[in-house]
Ligand binder design. Structure first.
Ligand SMILES: CC(C)(COP(=O)(O)OP(=O)(O)OC[C@H]1O[C@@H](n2cnc3c(N)ncnc32)[C@H](O)[C@@H]1OP(=O)(O)O)[C@@H](O)C(=O)NCCC(=O)NCCS
Length: 279
């Protein structure tokens, strides 16, 4: 029995890496097992693990409560926000599957993440991205004022400012997350890793479609600033502190201010390897 439970996150990891869909009950069972072990290890956090995971009957119920408790406000209480999140998740399956994939992606790539419950409990990058998925749903359903309320609460509470219209894929690792800014017409495809203080911004010289398009599997290192309606090609790696002003071809490494091609990533998908060496 113990062996089967220990093996479960590895099975999910294998499914994720093979591009297979992730099963909500499997992720949820693993998280509950971890939460029980954590509560036994640190009894003074017992009620915290109960409130966040053990008191709920499904991953989606726990997620809606977790996000609502991050976004609430004296003017809009937790339970009302939870209803909105529940409505969005019931309407769009992609929100739940995005969350499941982001959890396993974070477990897969972040060496500081040792289990599946850690992003859910502690990583504000995970919270911010899931809350953005709700804001994006609201924006698409013409509930723009409420979407902006979500954006504002995510920004104030979590230090991540993502315009609700920005389109963000699945399997995204948002590591550390402090100071991330993503503009209205930005696109981030699946399997991208984004470190703290990354900006996907406009140049200030254009209107309309004016933000970067980040293709699949890109690694955006800490503090890089990507400006304008430019394309960061699939599998590219952007060095820390770079200012990227022009299109980046697929599978190259760029660095510097302004950024230039400085090498070729060792990995086919740099976002997976999180290898910060210069090849
Ligand atoms: C600095 C800035 C204002 C220059 O704009 P600009 O006067 O139109 O300049 P250009 O884009 O024509 O670039 C002129 C030169 O400066 C370089 N350059 C532009 N921005 C640069 C920057 N931030 N750092 C270093 N060099 C920069 C360009 O590479 C170009 O070099 P080259 O002549 O050798 O090819 C602009 O690039 C910038 O950084 N805007 C800030 C946008 C921002 O903060 N967006 C975030 C919104 S959330």
């Amino acid at each position: 029995m113990g062996h089967a439970i220990e093996a479960q996150p590895e099975v999910l990891l294998h499914r994720y890496r093979a591009g297979q869909p992730l099963d909500e009950p499997a992720v949820w069972d693993a998280m509950r097992t971890e939460a029980r072990a954590k509560a036994a290890e640190e009894p003074i956090l017992g009620s915290y693990f109960h409130a966040t995971i053990l008191n709920h009957d499904s991953f989606r119920a726990a997620l809606s409560f977790r996000l609502a408790s991050k976004l609430d406000n004296p003017m809009l209480p937790t339970m009302l926000i939870r209803d909105v999140i529940g409505e969005a998740m019931a309407d769009d399956d992609g929100i739940l599957h995005g969350a499941l994939t982001d959890i396993v992606a974070t477990f897969s790539r972040d060496p500081a993440c040792e289990d599946l419950s850690t992003p859910f409990l502690y990583f504000k990058g995970f919270h911010a991205l899931q809350a953005h998925r709700i804001a994006h749903w609201l924006w698409g359903h013409k509930r723009r004022t409420l979407a902006q309320f979500f954006q504002s609460q995510i920004s104030v509470g979590l230090g991540v400012d993502i315009h609700p219209a920005a389109r963000i894929g699945r399997g995204i690792l948002v590591d550390h997350a402090t100071g991330i800014v993503i503009g209205e017409t930005a696109v981030v495809e699946d399997d991208v890793s984004i470190l703290h203080a990354v900006t996907l911004g406009g140049s200030g010289k254009a209107t309309g479609d004016r933000h970067p398009k980040v293709r699949r599997g890109v690694l955006l290192s800490a503090g890089c600033t990507v400006i304008g309606n430019i394309e960061i090609g699939a599998g590219a790696k952007v060095g820390a502190g770079s200012v990227v002003l022009e299109d980046v071809p697929p599978h190259v490494t760029v660095a510097g201010v302004p950024a230039k091609i400085v090498g070729t990533p060792r990995d086919e998908t740099p976002a997976f390897g999180m290898d910060h060496s210069l090849q």
